[in-house]
Write a protein that binds this ligand. Structure first.
Ligand code: ADP
Length: 633
C-alpha cells in the first residue's frame, strides 16, 4: 500500500515537472532555435534593403545624367543646320564622336577620324541611309503600362497598343490626357506598372509572353543577384526588363524629331544622337563612349566601402570600373543589382558584399549561442530535476518509514504486553501450584518486561535525536559487556544459545553506563533475533591501540555486503514488510552507532568467517587524564 502510494506520488510529481518545466522549456527553446534560424534571413533582408537603396540612388543619378545629356546635346546642336556647322559643333561638343548629316536620304560624314567613321557606318550607316531596321529598346513597364493599368486586378487583356516611347521621348500630351480622362498620367502609369511587375511574378510572366507574341525581343539579364535567390530553391536567371523591337529610322522620325538610340554590337554599346533640323534634314552624332563612361563613373558613390563594392556592369557583364579588392569578385553574382535604363540596354548597377561569409558566420554565431544556451538550460533542468527527485524520494522514503515505524512500534509493544498479561492472569488464577513453573512464568514476564523497556529506550533515544548529551563516568567497558550478557544469559540459554565471554584486561573508558548498555542490548538481541538453528553468541573484549574493542559475534543469517552499510541507517530493515519473519523497528543499530560516536568511537559490521555476523564496538580508552581520543571509521 505504502509503496503504491509512493509510486503514484512520484508519477504525479514527474508529470508536474514534465508539464510545468520541461514542456514550456522545450517550447521556448524551439522558438529560440527557429528565431536563430530566421536570423540569417532577417540579416540578409536588412542588408539587401540597405544596398538596394544605395544602388537605386546611383541608378537615379545615372538616369538624371542621361536626361541631362540629351538636353545638353539638343542645346549645343540647336544652331547646327548644314554640313559646315558639323565640324565646329563636333569640336565644341565633347560628347560628339562622329557627327553626321542626313540630307535627302544621303548620309554625309565630315572626316574627323576615318577609323571611327568606319565603325560608325558599320553600326548606323544602313539604318540611317537605306531604311534598314535596328532594335529599339524600351522598358517592359513603359511598353506594357496601358495593359497593366487597364487590367482588372486578376485578368489581363493583351491590347496591342504597346509602343516604343521612352526612346522617342515621352508622349507630350500624356498629362493633359490624364486630366481629361481622370486617369493617372503616363509617368504615374509607368510607376504603377513597374510596381505591379515587381510585386507579382505572374504579371511579369504574362507581360513577357505577351510582349514576345507582339514581336518584342526578350533577353536574359547578365547577372543573378544573390539576395533575390535566398528564398528560391534553385537559382533562376531573370529576364531583363528592357525589351526591344526592330524599327526603321523612318518610323522613329515619324514619331519624334530627336532621340538617343543605343546599339549593341560585338564591340559593345554605341549611342546615336539625332535631331531633325528646321529644313527637314537630320543632323546628329555618335557619342564618345569614353567620355560617357567617365561621366557615369563621376555619378557613382564610392566604389568600395567596408560592407560592399559597387560599380556599373556593361552589356557584356564587365565592370566599367573595378575597385581593387583582396577578394576575387564574381561579377555575374552580385548581392543586389538594378538595370539602369533602356538607353543603356543590359547595363546594370550592382553591389557585391565585401565579405560574403560575414552574413552566414554572423548567423552561425547567433545560432551557436542559442544552441549552447538551450543545451545549458536543459543541463540545468536535468540536474535540478535529478536533485529535486532525489530529495523528494528521500523525503518520501523517510515519511514512509515513519509511518511503518508507528505501526511497528505499536506491534512491538503489544507482543510483550500480551505475554506479560497472559502469564500474570495464569498466576492470579492460582491454577498453577508448581513453584518451579510459577518461577518460570515470573522469569518470562521479567524478560518480556526487559524487552519492553529496551524498546521504549530505543524509541526514547530516537526521539531525543542527535542533540542528546551523555553524563559520562569512568567505567570498565568489558565488565559492562559481561554484566549485560549475564543479565540476558538465562533467557538466551533457554532459547538454546551457547554463550562465550573473553576479556584480557580491564578496559577503562569514559562513558555513560545506560547508553553503552543499550548498545550491547541492541546488538545482542539482534544476534538472538537473526539466528536460526546455529545458536551461538560470543563476546570478546580486547585492547586495540588506543581503543577498547568489544566484538559480539553470532552464527545467524548474516548480512549481504550490499546491505552492510545501510543497516546503520534509521528505520532501515533488510526485510521491511510488517509481515517480516522477525519484527523490529530498524532503529537498534542506528542508535547503537549514534551512541558509540557520541563516545568518540564507532560500531561496524564484519561478516564472520564460517557464517554469521560480527559487530565491533570501538570506544577510546580512558587513562584518567580526562582525554578520550576520537575514532571515526
Ligand atoms: P531491527 O529492529 O530491524 O532489528 P536494527 O537497526 O537493529 O533494526 O537492524 C537493522 C537490520 O539489520 C535488521 O532489520 C536486520 O535485517 C539486520 N541485522 C541486524 N543485526 C543482525 C544480525 N546479527 N544478523 C543478521 N542481520 C542483522
Amino acid at each position: 500500500m505504502k509503496v503504491k502510494l509512493g509510486r503514484n506520488k512520484s508519477i504525479s510529481l514527474l508529470l508536474i515537472l514534465f508539464f510545468a518545466v520541461i514542456v514550456p522549456c522545450m517550447a521556448l527553446s524551439l522558438l529560440a532555435l527557429r528565431a536563430a534560424d530566421r536570423e540569417s534571413v532577417y540579416l540578409e533582408k536588412r542588408l539587401e534593403n540597405t544596398l538596394l537603396a544605395e544602388v537605386d540612388l546611383a541608378t537615379r543619378a545615372v538616369n538624371d545624367l542621361l536626361s541631362a545629356l540629351t538636353s545638353e546635346l539638343l542645346e549645343s546642336s540647336s544652331g547646327v543646320s548644314g554640313i559646315f556647322d558639323l565640324r565646329p559643333w563636333h569640336q565644341d561638343e565633347i560628347l560628339s564622336d562622329v557627327p553626321f548629316l542626313l540630307k535627302n536620304g544621303k548620309l554625309t560624314l565630315v572626316g574627323v577620324n576615318p577609323r571611327r567613321e568606319e565603325v560608325f557606318l558599320e553600326s548606323f550607316g544602313a539604318f540611317l541611309e537605306n531604311g534598314a531596321t535596328l532594335p529599339v529598346y524600351d522598358s517592359v513597364a513603359q511598353v506594357y503600362k496601358k495593359e497593366l493599368y487597364d487590367m482588372p486586378d486578376e485578368k489581363a487583356g493583351y491590347a496591342s497598343s504597346a509602343g516604343i516611347s521612352a526612346v522617342l521621348a515621352p508622349a507630350p500630351s500624356a498629362e493633359e490626357d490624364a486630366v481629361k480622362m481622370k486617369k493617372p498620367s503616363s509617368a504615374a502609369q509607368k510607376q504603377l506598372a513597374e510596381s505591379k511587375l515587381a510585386i507579382d511574378p505572374r504579371v511579369r510572366e504574362e507581360a513577357f509572353s505577351a510582349l514576345s507574341e507582339q514581336g518584342f525581343e526578350v533577353s536574359q539579364r547578365n547577372v543573378i543577384p544573390q539576395a533575390a535567390q535566398a528564398e528560391k530553391e534553385a537559382p533562376t536567371e531573370d529576364l531583363s526588363v528592357t525589351v526591344s523591337k526592330n524599327y526603321s529610322f523612318r518610323d522613329l522620325r515619324a514619331r519624334d524629331n530627336h532621340g538617343l538610340l543605343p546599339r549593341l554590337t560585338d564591340r559593345g554599346l554605341s549611342l546615336l544622337f539625332w535631331r531633325t533640323t528646321e529644313s527637314g534634314d537630320v543632323i546628329g552624332t555618335s557619342i564618345d563612349m569614353n567620355v560617357l563612361k567617365d561621366r557615369l563613373i563621376g555619378r557613382l558613390p564610392a566604389l568600395y566601402s567596408d560592407a560592399r563594392v559597387l560599380t556599373i556592369l556593361d552589356n557584356a557583364g564587365n565592370p566599367i570600373i573595378a575597385p581593387e579588392t583582396e577578394r576575387a569578385i564574381d561579377w555575374r553574382r552580385p548581392f543586389v543589382s538594378r538595370e539602369i535604363s533602356p538607353l543603356l540596354p543590359r547595363w546594370e548597377i550592382a553591389a557585391w558584399l565585401t565579405d560574403p561569409d560575414l552574413l552566414s558566420s554572423q548567423a552561425q554565431f547567433t545560432k551557436r549561442i542559442v544552441w549552447v544556451s538551450v543545451a545549458a538550460l536543459f543541463l540545468v533542468i536535468a540536474a535540478g530535476s535529478y536533485l529535486v527527485s532525489r530529495m523528494i524520494s528521500y523525503e518520501m522514503r523517510i515519511a514512509g518509514q515513519k509511518t511503518t515505524f508507528v505501526a511497528t512500534v505499536s506491534h512491538e509493544l503489544k507482543t510483550p504486553l500480551t505475554s506479560i498479561r497472559l502469564f500474570a492472569e495464569m498466576l492470579l488464577s492460582g491454577k498453577q501450584r508448581d513453584e518451579e513453573k510459577q518461577k518460570e512464568y515470573l522469569k518470562t514476564m521479567m524478560s518480556e518486561a526487559e524487552r519492553l523497556s529496551g524498546l521504549v529506550d530505543n524509541v526514547l533515544a530516537f526521539s531525543k535525536g542527535d542533540g542528546v548529551e551523555y553524563q559520562k563516568q569512568e567505567l570498565d567497558i568489558g565488565e559492562l559487556a559481561h554484566d549485560v550478557l549475564e543479565q540476558l544469559r538465562p533467557h538466551l540459554e533457554k532459547q538454546g544459545f551457547a554463550l562465550s565471554f573473553e576479556k584480557e584486561q580491564n578496559l577503562f573508558v569514559l562513558g555513560n553506563r545506560e547508553a553503552l548498555k543499550q548498545v550491547f542490548m541492541n546488538i545482542i538481541s539482534n544476534a538472538e533475533k537473526y539466528s536460526d538453528k546455529s545458536r551461538e553468541i560470543s563476546v570478546a573484549c580486547l585492547k586495540n591501540g588506543a581503543f577498547a574493542q568489544i566484538r559480539i559475534a553470532d552464527r545467524g543469517i548474516g548480512i549481504a555486503p550490499a546491505q552492510a552499510q545501510k543497516i546503520f541507517d534509521e528505520f532501515y530493515r533488510v526485510d521491511e514488510s510488517l509481515a517480516a519473519l522477525r519484527s523490529g523497528t530498524g532503529l537498534g543499530l542506528s542508535i547503537a552507532r549514534n551512541i558509540a560516536r557520541k563516545h568518540g568511537g564507532n560500531v561496524r559490521h564484519e561478516p564472520r568467517p564460517g557464517g554469521g555476523s560480527a559487530f565491533i564496538l570501538d570506544i577510546p580508552l580512558y587513562h584518567g587524564d580526562g582525554e578520550a581520543k576520537r575514532h571515526d571509521t
